[in-house]
Design a protein around this ligand. Structure first.
Ligand code: ADP
Length: 275
């Protein structure tokens, strides 16, 4: 039975959250990532941007340990990705079957499954943690509600609570703000601020260049290759954005000299949140 239980890696306290060196991913001849090298420090909030097909999801799968790179090396806190339970993936709402008959507390409790292993029932500590996580993202009063009945912002908060219940130290979020109204977006950013204060590292894949520039510590510009990784003003240059988006991008001067960008390619997928 021992062999069925994963032996999880202990963190090296001096190692970065993510260290990737010369990562290459090929799918049957399609090059999805090419020689990608970067380091993310613990507690950083990073926006991962690039056009569709740029390799953002592929990178997240490699970090989450569900996809082996074709070449190169990646470590999380000094260890192999698949040996980490502290990595949580917060999916796009559109990728989740929201009709399954689970209530909010059930969904958040699923975050404990990996920690409990095969042989243990949830203990008081596990149940308490689930309640605390729901409280932190302000969904306690929805605990008995079916997940499918909630608004988009509420559902997103529940998925973040599930990642918190997993005691994730590295969270990968795929377009978490897509289709949310401004108030719900602000609530999610308040949660991200709280996570930063707890030293949780967060990578967010987003198409929103303006928010990426405004709300993150660093931005990663990806288009199969890593075109830039650093402060938005150093990465979001006309040259690098042009390399990433080509003619799918409009760049225009505004009166105070700043640039505004419009990603003309990724229309759709911006449905408004239902009340
Ligand atoms: P993004 O998340 O930025 O849209 P992806 O990582 O999904 O990009 O895709 C990167 C490239 O890899 C694309 O060319 C895509 O078609 C290809 N790709 C992704 N997943 C697979 C797969 N399972 N099989 C074959 N090709 C894939």
């Amino acid at each position: 039975m021992q062999s069925l239980l994963k032996q999880y890696h202990q963190h090296d306290p001096n190692a970065p959250s993510i260290s990737a060196h010369d990562l290459v991913v090929r799918y049957n001849g399609t090059m999805a990532l090419e020689n990608v090298t970067f380091t993310v420090n613990a507690g950083e909030r990073v926006a991962v941007v690039g056009p569709n097909g740029a390799g953002k999801s592929t990178l997240f799968k490699v970090i989450a340990g569900v996809l082996q790179p074709s070449a190169g090396r990646i470590t999380l806190y000094g260890g192999e990705p698949e040996r980490h339970i502290c990595v949580a993936f917060v999916p796009q709402r559109t990728q989740v079957d929201l009709q399954f008959p689970a209530n909010v507390r059930d969904v958040v409790s699923m975050g404990r499954t990996g920690r409990l292993g095969l042989l243990r029932w949830p203990r008081r500590h596990d149940r308490q943690l689930v309640e605390e996580c729901m409280e932190l993202v302000n969904v306690s009063d929805l605990a008995e509600r079916r997940i499918g009945e909630l608004s988009g912002g509420q559902q997103q908060r529940v998925f973040i609570a599930r990642a918190l219940a997993q005691e994730a130290e590295l969270m990968l979020m795929d377009e978490p703000l897509n289709g949310l109204d401004v108030n719900s977006q602000e609530e999610i950013y308040a949660i991200l601020d709280e996570l930063r204060s707890r030293g949780v590292t967060v990578l967010v894949a987003t198409h929103d260049l303006e928010q990426a520039a405004r709300c993150y510590d660093r931005v990663m510009l990806l288009n199969r290759r890593l075109l830039g990784f650093g402060a938005p003003r150093d990465v979001f240059t006309a040259d690098l954005l042009g390399q990433a988006y080509g003619d799918r991008l409009r760049i225009s001067e505004i009166p105070d000299g700043a640039l505004v960008w419009a990603d003309t390619w990724c229309g759709g997928g911006h449905e408004q949140e239902e009340p």
